[in-house]
Design a binder for this molecule. Sequence first.
Ligand code: GLU
Length: 452
Amino acid sequence: MIITRFAPSPTGELHIGGARTALFNYLYARKDEDGKFYLRIDDTDQERSKKEYETKLIYDLKWLGLNWDNAEFIRQSERNKIYSEYLEILKEKNYIYPCFCSDERLKTMREEQLKNNTPPKYDGHCRNLTRGEIDERIRTGVKFCWRLKLPENYEARFYDVVHGDQIFPAGTIGDFVIWRSDNTPTYIFASAVDDYLMKISHIIRGDEHIPNTARQIALLDILNWPRPEFIHIPMVLSSERKKLGKRTGSTPIREYRERGFLPEALRAYLGTLSWSADKNINLLDLNDMCKNFDPSRIVKSSPVHDEDHLMFWQKKAMNNKSPDEIAKNIINFDSRFEKYSADDLKILVSEIINDVPFINGMAESLKFLVERPECNIKVSWSKEFSDEILNLNEWDVNSIEKFLRGFMKQNNLKGREFFHPLRIILTGQEHGAPLPQIIFVMGKQSVSEIFK
Ligand code: GLU
Protein backbone atom coordinates (compact mmCIF):
# COMPACT_ATOMS: atom_id res chain seq x y z
CA MET A 1 0.00 0.00 0.00
CA ILE A 2 1.34 3.39 -0.92
CA ILE A 3 1.23 5.95 1.88
CA THR A 4 2.74 9.34 1.20
CA ARG A 5 2.69 12.65 2.93
CA PHE A 6 3.21 16.29 2.14
CA ALA A 7 4.99 17.90 5.06
CA PRO A 8 5.40 21.62 4.50
CA SER A 9 6.94 23.93 7.04
CA PRO A 10 4.62 26.91 7.47
CA THR A 11 7.42 29.43 7.13
CA GLY A 12 6.17 30.98 3.91
CA GLU A 13 3.61 30.59 1.16
CA LEU A 14 3.31 27.59 -1.12
CA HIS A 15 5.52 28.00 -4.18
CA ILE A 16 6.06 26.11 -7.41
CA GLY A 17 8.57 23.67 -5.88
CA GLY A 18 6.44 22.85 -2.84
CA ALA A 19 3.29 22.52 -4.92
CA ARG A 20 5.05 20.04 -7.22
CA THR A 21 6.19 18.00 -4.20
CA ALA A 22 2.59 17.95 -2.94
CA LEU A 23 1.32 16.96 -6.39
CA PHE A 24 3.77 14.07 -6.81
CA ASN A 25 2.92 12.74 -3.35
CA TYR A 26 -0.77 13.01 -4.15
CA LEU A 27 -0.45 11.33 -7.55
CA TYR A 28 1.50 8.40 -6.22
CA ALA A 29 -0.87 7.73 -3.32
CA ARG A 30 -3.89 7.98 -5.62
CA LYS A 31 -2.36 5.61 -8.11
CA ASP A 32 -3.00 2.93 -5.50
CA GLU A 33 -6.71 2.37 -4.89
CA ASP A 34 -6.10 1.93 -1.17
CA GLY A 35 -3.30 4.46 -1.04
CA LYS A 36 -3.25 7.34 1.42
CA PHE A 37 -2.02 10.88 1.07
CA TYR A 38 -1.49 12.69 4.35
CA LEU A 39 -0.84 16.27 5.28
CA ARG A 40 1.55 17.10 8.09
CA ILE A 41 2.55 20.54 9.19
CA ASP A 42 6.24 20.53 10.11
CA ASP A 43 6.26 23.45 12.51
CA THR A 44 9.08 22.46 14.84
CA ASP A 45 10.85 25.71 14.02
CA GLN A 46 8.67 27.83 16.24
CA GLU A 47 10.34 31.08 15.44
CA ARG A 48 9.81 30.88 11.69
CA SER A 49 6.54 28.93 11.61
CA LYS A 50 3.39 31.07 11.36
CA LYS A 51 -0.25 30.09 11.66
CA GLU A 52 -1.04 32.48 8.86
CA TYR A 53 1.14 30.48 6.46
CA GLU A 54 -0.48 27.23 7.56
CA THR A 55 -3.90 28.66 6.68
CA LYS A 56 -2.61 29.80 3.32
CA LEU A 57 -0.94 26.48 2.54
CA ILE A 58 -4.19 24.68 3.23
CA TYR A 59 -6.14 27.05 1.04
CA ASP A 60 -3.68 26.61 -1.83
CA LEU A 61 -3.63 22.81 -1.59
CA LYS A 62 -7.43 22.68 -1.62
CA TRP A 63 -7.56 25.07 -4.54
CA LEU A 64 -5.13 22.84 -6.42
CA GLY A 65 -7.49 19.94 -5.71
CA LEU A 66 -4.88 17.99 -3.76
CA ASN A 67 -7.09 16.72 -0.96
CA TRP A 68 -5.53 14.75 1.86
CA ASP A 69 -6.93 11.78 3.74
CA ASN A 70 -6.31 12.77 7.35
CA ALA A 71 -9.10 15.26 8.00
CA GLU A 72 -7.35 16.11 11.26
CA PHE A 73 -3.95 16.75 9.82
CA ILE A 74 -0.88 16.48 11.97
CA ARG A 75 0.82 19.51 13.47
CA GLN A 76 4.24 18.66 14.86
CA SER A 77 4.15 21.49 17.41
CA GLU A 78 1.28 19.67 19.17
CA ARG A 79 3.08 16.34 19.49
CA ASN A 80 5.89 17.04 21.94
CA LYS A 81 4.51 14.42 24.30
CA ILE A 82 4.75 11.73 21.63
CA TYR A 83 8.27 12.73 20.62
CA SER A 84 9.40 12.83 24.23
CA GLU A 85 8.25 9.24 24.71
CA TYR A 86 10.62 8.19 21.96
CA LEU A 87 13.31 10.38 23.44
CA GLU A 88 12.92 8.37 26.66
CA ILE A 89 13.30 5.09 24.77
CA LEU A 90 16.51 6.36 23.18
CA LYS A 91 17.77 7.50 26.58
CA GLU A 92 17.00 4.17 28.21
CA LYS A 93 18.80 2.28 25.51
CA ASN A 94 21.72 4.63 25.77
CA TYR A 95 21.46 5.59 22.10
CA ILE A 96 21.73 9.29 22.85
CA TYR A 97 23.78 11.50 25.12
CA PRO A 98 23.44 14.99 26.54
CA CYS A 99 25.67 17.57 24.92
CA PHE A 100 26.65 20.64 26.94
CA CYS A 101 28.74 22.37 24.29
CA SER A 102 28.10 26.09 24.09
CA ASP A 103 27.12 27.78 20.83
CA GLU A 104 30.46 29.52 21.04
CA ARG A 105 32.40 26.26 21.13
CA LEU A 106 30.38 24.77 18.26
CA LYS A 107 30.97 27.86 16.18
CA THR A 108 34.72 27.82 16.70
CA MET A 109 34.80 24.09 15.93
CA ARG A 110 32.91 24.61 12.67
CA GLU A 111 35.21 27.47 11.62
CA GLU A 112 38.29 25.31 12.33
CA GLN A 113 36.89 22.46 10.27
CA LEU A 114 36.07 24.70 7.35
CA LYS A 115 39.58 26.18 7.52
CA ASN A 116 41.08 22.69 7.40
CA ASN A 117 38.78 21.68 4.56
CA THR A 118 37.15 18.91 6.57
CA PRO A 119 33.38 18.44 6.43
CA PRO A 120 31.74 20.27 9.33
CA LYS A 121 30.39 17.84 11.91
CA TYR A 122 30.17 17.52 15.67
CA ASP A 123 33.48 16.28 17.07
CA GLY A 124 31.97 14.07 19.78
CA HIS A 125 33.25 16.26 22.62
CA CYS A 126 30.46 15.23 25.03
CA ARG A 127 30.07 11.66 23.78
CA ASN A 128 32.15 10.07 26.50
CA LEU A 129 31.38 12.16 29.57
CA THR A 130 31.15 10.14 32.74
CA ARG A 131 27.94 9.92 34.76
CA GLY A 132 29.56 12.16 37.36
CA GLU A 133 30.55 14.80 34.79
CA ILE A 134 27.05 14.79 33.37
CA ASP A 135 25.40 15.12 36.79
CA GLU A 136 27.72 17.92 37.75
CA ARG A 137 26.88 19.93 34.64
CA ILE A 138 23.17 19.36 35.04
CA ARG A 139 23.39 20.37 38.73
CA THR A 140 25.10 23.63 37.88
CA GLY A 141 22.43 24.40 35.28
CA VAL A 142 24.47 24.12 32.06
CA LYS A 143 22.06 24.04 29.11
CA PHE A 144 22.15 20.84 27.10
CA CYS A 145 20.68 19.16 24.06
CA TRP A 146 20.52 15.46 23.15
CA ARG A 147 22.61 13.97 20.37
CA LEU A 148 22.30 10.61 18.68
CA LYS A 149 25.26 8.37 19.44
CA LEU A 150 26.03 7.12 15.95
CA PRO A 151 27.40 3.57 16.01
CA GLU A 152 31.18 3.41 15.48
CA ASN A 153 31.98 3.38 11.76
CA TYR A 154 28.36 3.88 10.82
CA GLU A 155 27.99 4.27 7.08
CA ALA A 156 24.67 5.75 5.97
CA ARG A 157 23.67 4.10 2.75
CA PHE A 158 20.33 4.15 1.03
CA TYR A 159 18.81 3.77 -2.38
CA ASP A 160 17.03 6.72 -3.87
CA VAL A 161 14.59 6.08 -6.71
CA VAL A 162 15.73 9.20 -8.59
CA HIS A 163 19.37 9.53 -7.60
CA GLY A 164 20.37 5.89 -7.14
CA ASP A 165 22.66 4.66 -4.35
CA GLN A 166 23.55 7.27 -1.77
CA ILE A 167 26.52 6.61 0.43
CA PHE A 168 27.69 8.70 3.36
CA PRO A 169 30.90 6.92 4.38
CA ALA A 170 31.69 6.40 8.05
CA GLY A 171 32.95 9.58 9.63
CA THR A 172 31.14 12.00 7.33
CA ILE A 173 28.17 12.47 9.63
CA GLY A 174 28.66 13.62 13.20
CA ASP A 175 26.45 12.84 16.18
CA PHE A 176 23.52 15.11 15.41
CA VAL A 177 21.04 16.86 17.66
CA ILE A 178 17.65 15.22 18.04
CA TRP A 179 16.38 17.26 20.98
CA ARG A 180 17.09 20.93 21.53
CA SER A 181 18.03 22.60 24.79
CA ASP A 182 14.65 24.37 24.78
CA ASN A 183 13.02 20.96 25.20
CA THR A 184 11.72 20.60 21.65
CA PRO A 185 12.56 17.96 19.06
CA THR A 186 14.53 18.81 15.94
CA TYR A 187 12.91 18.43 12.56
CA ILE A 188 15.02 15.37 11.81
CA PHE A 189 13.82 13.55 14.88
CA ALA A 190 10.17 14.62 14.80
CA SER A 191 9.87 13.70 11.14
CA ALA A 192 11.49 10.29 11.55
CA VAL A 193 9.10 9.52 14.42
CA ASP A 194 6.08 10.78 12.50
CA ASP A 195 6.97 8.99 9.28
CA TYR A 196 7.23 5.81 11.32
CA LEU A 197 3.96 6.33 13.19
CA MET A 198 2.15 7.38 10.01
CA LYS A 199 3.49 4.25 8.29
CA ILE A 200 4.75 6.31 5.38
CA SER A 201 5.83 3.95 2.61
CA HIS A 202 7.35 6.50 0.22
CA ILE A 203 8.95 9.82 1.04
CA ILE A 204 8.83 12.16 -1.91
CA ARG A 205 10.56 15.46 -1.19
CA GLY A 206 13.12 17.88 -2.56
CA ASP A 207 16.63 16.54 -3.05
CA GLU A 208 18.03 19.17 -0.71
CA HIS A 209 16.82 16.74 1.97
CA ILE A 210 19.25 13.95 0.98
CA PRO A 211 21.67 14.79 3.84
CA ASN A 212 18.70 14.74 6.27
CA THR A 213 17.75 11.32 4.96
CA ALA A 214 21.20 10.00 5.80
CA ARG A 215 20.61 11.08 9.39
CA GLN A 216 17.03 9.88 9.52
CA ILE A 217 17.93 6.39 8.36
CA ALA A 218 20.56 6.24 11.10
CA LEU A 219 17.73 6.81 13.58
CA LEU A 220 15.50 4.24 11.88
CA ASP A 221 18.28 1.68 11.87
CA ILE A 222 19.10 2.22 15.52
CA LEU A 223 15.45 1.90 16.50
CA ASN A 224 14.96 -1.04 14.18
CA TRP A 225 12.20 0.72 12.33
CA PRO A 226 11.47 -0.10 8.68
CA ARG A 227 12.81 2.27 6.07
CA PRO A 228 10.42 3.91 3.63
CA GLU A 229 11.43 4.25 0.00
CA PHE A 230 13.06 7.56 -0.86
CA ILE A 231 12.25 9.62 -3.90
CA HIS A 232 14.19 12.87 -3.82
CA ILE A 233 13.05 15.14 -6.59
CA PRO A 234 15.33 17.77 -8.13
CA MET A 235 14.89 21.39 -7.13
CA VAL A 236 13.10 23.63 -9.61
CA LEU A 237 15.39 26.38 -10.93
CA SER A 238 14.51 29.94 -11.89
CA SER A 239 15.10 31.09 -15.45
CA GLU A 240 18.46 32.43 -14.20
CA ARG A 241 19.20 28.84 -13.13
CA LYS A 242 19.13 29.72 -9.46
CA LYS A 243 17.39 27.56 -6.89
CA LEU A 244 13.74 28.51 -6.81
CA GLY A 245 13.18 28.60 -3.10
CA LYS A 246 10.75 30.29 -0.78
CA ARG A 247 13.41 32.83 -0.02
CA THR A 248 14.68 33.37 -3.54
CA GLY A 249 11.81 35.18 -5.09
CA SER A 250 9.76 32.30 -6.39
CA THR A 251 6.19 33.29 -7.21
CA PRO A 252 3.65 31.93 -4.73
CA ILE A 253 0.79 29.76 -6.00
CA ARG A 254 -1.55 32.43 -4.62
CA GLU A 255 -0.22 34.90 -7.14
CA TYR A 256 -0.89 32.57 -10.05
CA ARG A 257 -4.41 32.05 -8.73
CA GLU A 258 -4.94 35.79 -8.50
CA ARG A 259 -3.67 36.20 -12.03
CA GLY A 260 -6.40 33.85 -13.12
CA PHE A 261 -4.56 30.60 -13.74
CA LEU A 262 -6.73 27.51 -13.43
CA PRO A 263 -5.77 24.81 -10.94
CA GLU A 264 -5.76 22.15 -13.65
CA ALA A 265 -3.35 24.26 -15.74
CA LEU A 266 -0.96 24.61 -12.82
CA ARG A 267 -1.21 20.92 -12.01
CA ALA A 268 -0.52 19.91 -15.59
CA TYR A 269 2.44 22.27 -15.73
CA LEU A 270 3.84 21.04 -12.39
CA GLY A 271 3.45 17.50 -13.69
CA THR A 272 5.91 18.25 -16.47
CA LEU A 273 8.65 19.43 -14.09
CA SER A 274 11.05 16.44 -14.05
CA TRP A 275 8.40 13.89 -14.80
CA SER A 276 6.76 12.54 -17.94
CA ALA A 277 4.42 9.64 -18.52
CA ASP A 278 5.49 6.74 -20.71
CA LYS A 279 2.67 7.48 -23.11
CA ASN A 280 0.53 10.33 -24.20
CA ILE A 281 -1.82 11.22 -21.36
CA ASN A 282 -4.14 14.10 -20.63
CA LEU A 283 -2.29 16.09 -17.99
CA LEU A 284 -5.35 18.25 -17.46
CA ASP A 285 -7.13 15.22 -16.09
CA LEU A 286 -6.02 14.52 -12.54
CA ASN A 287 -7.24 10.90 -12.68
CA ASP A 288 -5.28 10.23 -15.81
CA MET A 289 -2.19 11.68 -14.15
CA CYS A 290 -2.72 9.55 -11.02
CA LYS A 291 -3.16 6.38 -13.03
CA ASN A 292 0.01 6.94 -14.99
CA PHE A 293 2.30 8.45 -12.37
CA ASP A 294 5.50 6.50 -12.04
CA PRO A 295 8.31 7.83 -9.83
CA SER A 296 10.89 5.78 -11.68
CA ARG A 297 10.34 8.16 -14.61
CA ILE A 298 11.40 11.23 -12.60
CA VAL A 299 14.67 12.57 -13.99
CA LYS A 300 17.62 13.72 -11.95
CA SER A 301 18.30 17.05 -13.62
CA SER A 302 16.68 20.20 -12.31
CA PRO A 303 13.82 21.61 -14.36
CA VAL A 304 13.69 25.32 -15.10
CA HIS A 305 10.52 27.19 -14.23
CA ASP A 306 9.09 28.54 -17.46
CA GLU A 307 6.04 30.79 -17.39
CA ASP A 308 5.55 30.46 -21.14
CA HIS A 309 5.07 26.78 -20.65
CA LEU A 310 2.64 27.40 -17.82
CA MET A 311 0.79 29.75 -20.16
CA PHE A 312 0.64 26.99 -22.76
CA TRP A 313 -1.20 24.82 -20.24
CA GLN A 314 -3.46 27.67 -19.23
CA LYS A 315 -4.55 28.09 -22.86
CA LYS A 316 -5.10 24.39 -23.17
CA ALA A 317 -7.09 24.30 -19.93
CA MET A 318 -9.25 27.24 -21.01
CA ASN A 319 -9.85 25.73 -24.44
CA ASN A 320 -10.85 22.55 -22.71
CA LYS A 321 -13.83 24.38 -21.22
CA SER A 322 -16.82 25.06 -23.44
CA PRO A 323 -17.33 28.71 -24.45
CA ASP A 324 -20.68 28.44 -22.71
CA GLU A 325 -19.04 27.49 -19.40
CA ILE A 326 -16.53 30.31 -19.75
CA ALA A 327 -19.32 32.78 -20.48
CA LYS A 328 -21.05 31.63 -17.29
CA ASN A 329 -17.77 31.94 -15.38
CA ILE A 330 -17.45 35.52 -16.59
CA ILE A 331 -20.97 36.31 -15.41
CA ASN A 332 -20.11 34.73 -12.05
CA PHE A 333 -16.91 36.69 -11.85
CA ASP A 334 -18.62 40.03 -12.46
CA SER A 335 -22.38 40.12 -12.03
CA ARG A 336 -22.67 43.20 -14.22
CA PHE A 337 -22.41 40.78 -17.17
CA GLU A 338 -25.74 39.29 -16.13
CA LYS A 339 -27.52 41.56 -18.58
CA TYR A 340 -26.01 39.48 -21.38
CA SER A 341 -26.94 35.91 -22.08
CA ALA A 342 -24.22 33.26 -21.94
CA ASP A 343 -25.15 32.51 -25.56
CA ASP A 344 -24.24 36.03 -26.62
CA LEU A 345 -21.14 36.30 -24.46
CA LYS A 346 -19.72 33.07 -25.76
CA ILE A 347 -19.52 34.55 -29.25
CA LEU A 348 -16.91 36.98 -27.93
CA VAL A 349 -15.28 34.39 -25.68
CA SER A 350 -14.36 32.24 -28.68
CA GLU A 351 -12.76 35.25 -30.34
CA ILE A 352 -10.49 36.30 -27.49
CA ILE A 353 -9.72 33.08 -25.64
CA ASN A 354 -6.26 32.59 -27.10
CA ASP A 355 -5.16 36.17 -26.56
CA VAL A 356 -6.59 36.40 -23.07
CA PRO A 357 -6.86 32.88 -21.68
CA PHE A 358 -8.12 33.96 -18.26
CA ILE A 359 -11.62 34.50 -16.87
CA ASN A 360 -10.60 37.70 -15.09
CA GLY A 361 -8.66 38.83 -18.16
CA MET A 362 -11.65 38.26 -20.40
CA ALA A 363 -13.94 40.13 -18.04
CA GLU A 364 -11.46 42.99 -18.20
CA SER A 365 -11.23 43.01 -21.97
CA LEU A 366 -15.02 42.82 -22.28
CA LYS A 367 -15.52 45.51 -19.66
CA PHE A 368 -16.87 47.90 -22.30
CA LEU A 369 -20.02 45.76 -22.32
CA VAL A 370 -20.84 46.82 -18.78
CA GLU A 371 -19.03 50.11 -18.37
CA ARG A 372 -18.73 52.79 -21.03
CA PRO A 373 -15.07 53.59 -21.69
CA GLU A 374 -14.01 57.20 -21.59
CA CYS A 375 -13.53 58.42 -25.11
CA ASN A 376 -13.26 61.87 -26.59
CA ILE A 377 -12.88 60.90 -30.22
CA LYS A 378 -15.39 62.64 -32.47
CA VAL A 379 -16.16 61.41 -35.95
CA SER A 380 -18.05 63.19 -38.71
CA TRP A 381 -20.12 60.11 -39.55
CA SER A 382 -21.43 59.55 -36.07
CA LYS A 383 -25.07 60.58 -36.50
CA GLU A 384 -25.46 58.81 -39.80
CA PHE A 385 -23.97 55.64 -38.37
CA SER A 386 -26.31 55.79 -35.42
CA ASP A 387 -29.38 56.11 -37.67
CA GLU A 388 -28.39 53.51 -40.19
CA ILE A 389 -27.51 50.84 -37.70
CA LEU A 390 -30.82 51.37 -35.95
CA ASN A 391 -32.60 50.75 -39.22
CA LEU A 392 -30.78 47.53 -40.07
CA ASN A 393 -33.32 44.83 -40.76
CA GLU A 394 -31.15 41.81 -40.35
CA TRP A 395 -29.32 41.52 -37.03
CA ASP A 396 -26.67 38.87 -37.26
CA VAL A 397 -22.88 38.93 -37.47
CA ASN A 398 -22.79 38.55 -41.27
CA SER A 399 -25.29 41.30 -41.95
CA ILE A 400 -23.48 43.61 -39.55
CA GLU A 401 -20.21 42.92 -41.31
CA LYS A 402 -21.76 43.67 -44.68
CA PHE A 403 -23.29 46.83 -43.33
CA LEU A 404 -19.97 48.07 -41.94
CA ARG A 405 -18.19 47.58 -45.26
CA GLY A 406 -21.03 49.27 -47.13
CA PHE A 407 -21.06 52.18 -44.71
CA MET A 408 -17.33 52.69 -45.07
CA LYS A 409 -17.51 52.75 -48.86
CA GLN A 410 -20.54 54.97 -48.97
CA ASN A 411 -18.72 57.53 -46.79
CA ASN A 412 -15.49 57.28 -48.72
CA LEU A 413 -13.58 56.18 -45.67
CA LYS A 414 -10.42 54.13 -45.67
CA GLY A 415 -10.29 50.99 -43.51
CA ARG A 416 -8.24 52.54 -40.75
CA GLU A 417 -10.14 55.82 -40.81
CA PHE A 418 -13.30 53.92 -40.08
CA PHE A 419 -12.55 50.76 -38.14
CA HIS A 420 -10.00 52.23 -35.77
CA PRO A 421 -12.18 55.02 -34.34
CA LEU A 422 -15.16 52.70 -34.42
CA ARG A 423 -13.34 50.22 -32.20
CA ILE A 424 -11.99 52.89 -29.85
CA ILE A 425 -15.39 54.48 -29.42
CA LEU A 426 -17.11 51.16 -28.79
CA THR A 427 -14.54 49.44 -26.63
CA GLY A 428 -11.93 51.98 -25.55
CA GLN A 429 -9.33 49.45 -26.72
CA GLU A 430 -6.90 49.19 -29.61
CA HIS A 431 -7.41 45.47 -30.12
CA GLY A 432 -9.98 42.85 -29.37
CA ALA A 433 -12.68 40.67 -30.84
CA PRO A 434 -13.87 41.42 -34.39
CA LEU A 435 -16.19 44.42 -34.56
CA PRO A 436 -19.22 42.72 -36.12
CA GLN A 437 -19.32 40.27 -33.20
CA ILE A 438 -18.87 43.09 -30.69
CA ILE A 439 -21.65 45.12 -32.26
CA PHE A 440 -23.92 42.11 -32.44
CA VAL A 441 -23.51 41.35 -28.74
CA MET A 442 -23.84 44.99 -27.67
CA GLY A 443 -27.12 45.21 -29.49
CA LYS A 444 -28.59 47.59 -32.00
CA GLN A 445 -30.02 50.04 -29.49
CA SER A 446 -26.89 50.46 -27.41
CA VAL A 447 -24.60 50.89 -30.40
CA SER A 448 -26.94 53.40 -31.98
CA GLU A 449 -27.16 55.26 -28.68
CA ILE A 450 -23.36 55.55 -28.37
CA PHE A 451 -23.09 57.30 -31.77
CA LYS A 452 -26.14 59.47 -31.47
N1 GLU B 1 9.20 20.28 6.23
C1 GLU B 1 10.15 20.11 5.19
C2 GLU B 1 10.16 21.28 4.24
O1 GLU B 1 9.27 22.07 4.23
C3 GLU B 1 9.90 18.87 4.38
C4 GLU B 1 10.12 17.70 5.18
C5 GLU B 1 9.93 16.40 4.52
O2 GLU B 1 9.27 16.28 3.48
O3 GLU B 1 10.40 15.46 5.12
O4 GLU B 1 11.09 21.42 3.50
